[in-house]
Design a protein around this ligand. Structure first.
Ligand code: NAD
Ligand code: GLY
Length: 355
């Protein structure tokens, strides 16, 4: 088991290993006194892991209550949040109690936001069960729900007290979900670790995941400790996300978040390479890694539509928008451009060929 400490205002540990969910109770008891724990999970994950996790909390002296909601991005909304908050009130949780997010990024984001807002904030434990949640959404305290106008538009920064990344849970993940999580691993490799990109390209979906999750979480923990509320360097973690969120929206949310991120990284890396701000060959290395994970490398929407949808992103401020671009593998930067320039960037990234 590896332990990575996230040095935010109130530091917390991320434990990465195998067999951690059945020890969730005893591991949580090290950081929080026995209390009531509301375990929140979607229907799929609850069917697989709820009983074992609840038993583990009970064995460690916690009282448990369970909240289960329909799986999928469509549950990450205000109505589901209101229902969850009311469930916490009905079950008489108080400020010294805990809420545990057992599941993927949807569960983590919804539960984290409920923890941030219930009685102005109660403790939260993240128990990620997707690769995406393990490497990204469970760490760093970003929580949110979607609004009809766009993704993650209502949310809060709310750091968990503990994160348990149990890589055994990936064994039950459908391959497409593993691929989608792999996109965020590629993101971390592009941001800070060229060697990791080679490992991902060689091992693909047969990777030894704890060896991939740990460097991704280490990178994220460093960035979050430096810039908890995304005023500066944390913007880098949005690599692939501006165009990625646009692709998700244009697909009517029928593609996975990770698939959108893969497309988003490809579009802006190719555009950056064509503009000469990114070294030659980076797009090819990125493409090889994404292909090894069976991820899309082409964004199938019209440049005009992508550019327009991108401008609805949170990274827009008035008539400018911040793009995250690679200079080289392991070296990225952000650049603010005029919104009127966005279409040119997208066109360059969507048109095939480097010349
Ligand atoms: P998800 O939570 O919907 O999980 C994907 C699917 O896998 C679901 O159907 C779920 O039921 C199923 N599943 C989960 N774990 C399983 C397991 N172990 N075995 C079998 N099935 C399992 O989606 P996700 O891809 O984990 O997360 C995507 C969400 O995360 C998006 O809403 C995105 O915006 C958000 N996100 C947030 C952050 C952040 O920093 N907060 C970062 C990245 C992404
Ligand atoms: N997923 C991007 C961030 O946590 O900042």
């Amino acid at each position: 088991m590896q332990t990575i400490t996230v040095n935010t205002g109130r530091p917390y540990d991320v434990l990465i290993g195998r067999g951690l969910l059945v020890k969730a109770g005893e591991l949580t008891a090290r950081v929080h006194k026995p209390c009531t724990v509301a375990i929140v999970s979607d229907e799929t994950v609850a069917g697989l892991y709820m009983a074992g996790v609840a038993q583990s909390f009970q064995n460690a002296g916690f009282r448990t209550v369970e909240y289960v909601f329909p799986a999928g991005e469509q549950s990450k909304n205000m109505a589901q949040l209101a229902d969850l908050l009311d469930f916490l009130a009905q079950n008489e949780l108080g400020r010294s109690d805990l809420i545990a997010a057992l599941g993927g990024g949807v569960t983590g984001d919804l539960t984290g936001f409920a923890a941030a807002s219930f009685q102005r904030g109660i403790g939260c434990v993240q128990l990620p069960t997707t690769l995406l949640a393990a490497v990204d959404s469970s760490v760093g305290g970003k929580t949110a729900v979607n609004l009809p106008s766009g993704k993650n538009l209502a949310g809060a920064f709310w750091q968990p007290e503990l994160v348990l990344c149990d890589c055994d849970t990936f064994a039950t993940l459908p391959e497409e979900e593993l691929s989608a999580g792999g996109a965020e691993c590629v993101k971390y490799a592009m941001l800070g670790d060229g060697e990791l990109l080679e490992i991902i390209t060689k091992q693909g979906l047969n990777a030894k995941w704890e060896d991939i999750v740990a460097p991704c979480v280490e990178y994220k923990a460093r960035v979050v400790a430096e810039d908890e509320k995304e005023h500066g360097v944390r913007k880098l973690l949005n690599l692939g996300h501006t165009v990625g969120h646009a692709a998700e929206r244009l697909s009517g949310y029928s593609i996975r978040h990770g698939e959108g991120v893969a497309m988003g990284m490809m579009v802006l890396t190719l555009a950056a390479e064509k503009r000469g701000v990114c070294a030659r060959g980076v797009t090819a290395r990125l493409e090889a890694a994404l292909k090894a994970l069976k991820l899309p490398t082409v964004c199938p929407y019209a440049p005009e539509d992508i550019a327009k949808a991108s401008l609805g992103d949170k990274k827009r401020q008035g008539d400018s928008i911040t793009l995250v671009l690679p200079r080289a593998v392991g070296d990225c930067f952000w650049q603010t451009i005029k919104t009127s320039e966005m279409l040119d960037w997208v066109r360059l990234g969507v048109e095939k060929g480097l010349s």
